[in-house]
Design a protein around this ligand. Structure first.
Ligand code: UTP
Length: 295
């Protein structure tokens, strides 16, 4: 079965990025000039997704506005002959079929995904976290879809992390199938480094079979008092085959300040018309010099 639907949970409180996230959704914080969530939606579209559901909340209206048309601004740009900006705006307003559902309370990622059950129905679907950006040649989700097509089973996007970092993630207990592909035996949420079954950590990308909704309906709050998606996936792994794919590409947790800064610098360096000047500035900075006023 082809994966046509994607869910982007974006209803979290963004505590790690306060005070910026008090009034601005963290998913709207830009990397160079584009909100984080737009990079994620572009990954979904480039992977062949047709329908996208964003899980939002009362505080996240800016996300809906961003993907809506802004006719007065379009008219203004047209009258000024700013065709390049007009095209950027039209592209953003016309991206895929985007739907919204509100999570009434931030009760955890598992609860946010459960809010998508009517939208998804009885098909396998993708989940892309609203604050994880992956930069890769073949889109990360597409790489995972290729494995799904082969196995017909749930696929988790993973990366190998240093032993000291495993306690930040859901971690796989898994056996290798071939290069970059693992069969999942079990999952552990945020293990202490000495208890971690591996260094394979889940990185904000999932293809999940619809049975997860039945499990989420009775999953009780776990770590941090939140309903954890990893807890429900652990149960699913006990019932059905599940795979982990070490995807190609760089992943940035832009809900974390250091991750945000890394993404900003690396994306800016690659941006045509900006990268070269920015590289010159960084080189000067590292050499201990200051740039001239106005530069
Ligand atoms: P995070 O734990 O990274 O998001 O959840 P958070 O809770 O906003 O972050 P901090 O720790 O307070 O800074 C991963 C994803 O799940 C969504 C978040 O928006 C993020 O995209 N999420 C989390 C929800 O949609 N609902 C929730 O109840 C919790």
């Amino acid at each position: 079965m082809r994966i046509k639907k994607a869910v982007i949970p974006a209803a979290g409180l963004g505590v790690r990025f306060l005070p910026a996230t008090k009034a601005v959704p963290k998913e709207m914080i830009p990397i160079v000039d584009k909100p984080t969530i737009q990079y994620i939606i572009e990954e979904a579209i480039h992977s062949g997704i047709e329908d996208i559901l964003i899980i939002t909340s009362r505080e996240k209206k800016a996300i809906e506005d961003h993907f809506d048309r802004f006719v007065a601004l379009e008219d203004h740009l047209r009258s000024k002959g700013k065709d390049d900006l007009l095209q950027v705006l039209e592209e953003t307003g016309g991206m895929a079929e985007i739907h919204y559902v509100r999570q009434k309370e931030p009760r955890g990622l598992g609860h946010a995904v459960h809010c998508a059950r009517r939208f998804v129905g009885r098909e396998p679907f993708a989940v892309l976290l609203g604050d994880d950006i992956v930069r890769s040649g073949v889109p990360c989700l597409k790489q995972m879809m290729n494995l799904y097509e082969e196995t017909g089973s749930t696929v988790l996007g993973v990366k190998e992390v240093p032993q000291t970092d495993v306690s930040k993630y859901g971690v796989l207990d898994a056996e290798p199938v071939r290069d970059q592909v693992y069969r999942v035996r079990d999952l552990v949420e945020k293990p202490a480094p000495e208890n971690a079954p591996s260094r394979l950590a889940i990185m904000g990308r999932y293809i999940i079979e619809p049975e997860i909704f039945e499990i989420l309906a009775y999953t009780r709050p776990g770590a941090g008092g939140e309903i954890q998606l990893t807890d429900a996936l652990k149960e699913l792994a006990g019932q059905k085959e599940m795979y982990g794919l070490v995807f190609d590409g760089d992943r940035y947790d832009v809900g974390d300040k250091l991750g945000f800064l890394k993404a900003s610098v690396e994306f800016a360096l690659e941006r045509p018309g900006l990268g070269e000047a920015f590289r010159g500035y960084l080189e000067q900075l590292v050499a201990g010099g200051k740039s001239a006023p106005g530069q």
